[in-house]
Design a protein around this ligand. Structure first.
Ligand SMILES: Cc1cc2nc3c(=O)[nH]c(=O)nc-3n(C[C@H](O)[C@H](O)[C@H](O)COP(=O)(O)OP(=O)(O)OC[C@H]3O[C@@H](n4cnc5c(N)ncnc54)[C@H](O)[C@@H]3O)c2cc1C
Length: 327
């Protein structure tokens, strides 16, 4: 038998992916009394809901009719309050190997071990689109994901993009004391109505400059050149944030021996995969097929997390009982 790496951080359950499937699986396993760690490739949790459509209303999540996706994620996070769930963001799971009775997972920043793994990787790691703008290599500070706003206080920041993260970054950076210019190739920006109203207020009061529609021509060491209304303008920027959304990437886990069927991992009852102690839930699970839905992900997560709990602690029944009957 293998001995776990001495420096590895161990948890009963390791969930890979913090979308709705992963967050609900984490809730259930922790609620059964197990220690749970969640790895998420992005800088924030919520999976597709926070990366791809935080501003859209979702109508078919049970109990939360007509709720914006970002607010659905907030409720999932709230449900973890008081439970033993350790969420690690900006960490991509890349390797999986046996470690004693459990598993060892390799990331770019070391290894972790767990008694069971719940794979909730959805369509893949949601990684920021690369910046494809002439001069990117010449500018000293070009970023493609949401930054820590405090780190950019006092700096001139040019934000490029119309995705909801662009409007959000503009407001957060303004709050943090950055000098913000926002530009997009179209006139409109995406975001929830409150954020868009705040953006408009900030523009009207001169706190933020919005250049849209405008074409970003190139980055230059002190900033960027844009074309707006047929006129070329220079904008000073110490930092350029090019926010073009996120693309899913399954490649970090596709070499794992899971009998892949295209972009799916085959699952049998309880979310079992061909690897003992490794479960699959959500969009990645083959049984859901074309039903890529949050409600399906929740159900799969509840079932798999309880099977995983029993796998790690055979003394625990698979069936969780009713939450309403427990404190
Ligand atoms: C525009 C749009 C609108 C939608 N509207 C609806 C709707 O109205 N109703 C509905 O029910 N569904 C809707 N969906 C589908 C729904 O969002 C998905 O079914 C749901 O997000 C699946 O959840 P998941 O947790 O399985 O995967 P995801 O939400 O994809 O989450 C997976 C997470 O795993 C992370 N990850 C992947 N690989 C790794 C790795 N190797 N290491 C670490 N982290 C990793 C990813 O970064 C991601 O955060 C919509 C989808 C889109 C794109």
């Amino acid at each position: 038998m293998d001995t776990p790496h001495p420096d590895a951080l161990h948890s009963d359950i390791l969930v890979i992916g913090a979308g709705p499937a992963g967050l609900h699986a984490a809730f259930y396993a922790a609620w059964r009394g197990l220690s749970v760690r969640v790895l998420e490739a992005r800088g924030e949790v919520g999976g597709q809901l926070s990366a791809l459509y935080p501003d859209k209303r979702v109508y078919d999540v049970p109990g939360l009719p007509g709720t914006r996706a970002a607010a659905v994620v907030q409720q999932l996070i709230r449900q973890l309050d008081g439970l033993k769930v350790d969420v690690r963001v900006n960490l991509v799971a890349r390797t999986l190997e046996r470690a004693g009775d459990g598993w060892r997972i390799g990331t770019d920043q070391g290894t972790l071990t767990a008694g069971a793994v719940i794979l909730a990787a959805g369509l893949g790691a949601l990684l920021p689109r690369a910046a494809r703008v002439p001069g990117t290599d010449d500018h000293p500070d070009v970023r493609t994901d949401l930054p820590d706003p405090a780190g950019l206080s006092g700096r001139r920041v040019l934000i490029v993009g119309g995705v909801p993260q662009a409007a959000r970054a503009a407001l957060e950076l303004l709050d943090a004391g950055a000098n913000v210019t926002l530009t997009h190739s179209r006139a409109g920006f995406r975001g929830d109505p409150t954020s868009l109203a705040q953006l408009e207020e900030a523009r009207a009061s001169g706190q933020i400059e919005i250049l849209a529609p405008a074409r970003l021509l190139r980055l230059t060491p002190p900033g960027a050149e844009l074309e707006m209304d047929g006129v070329t303008r220079s904008v000073g920027a110490d930092t350029v944030l090019i926010l073009g959304g996120y693309l899913p990437d399954l490649s970090p886990i596709q070499a794992w021996p899971l009998d892949w069927q295209g972009e799916y991992v085959p699952d049998s009852p309880g979310g079992r995969t061909p690897l003992d102690g490794v479960y699959v839930v959500g969009d990645l699970a083959q049984s859901g097929g074309d039903f890529k839905l949050i409600s399906v992900a929740f159900a799969q997560a509840a079932v798999a997390a309880n099977h995983a709990a029993h796998h790690v602690r055979p003394g625990l029944k698979v069936r969780p009982g009713h939450s309403s009957e427990k404190r």
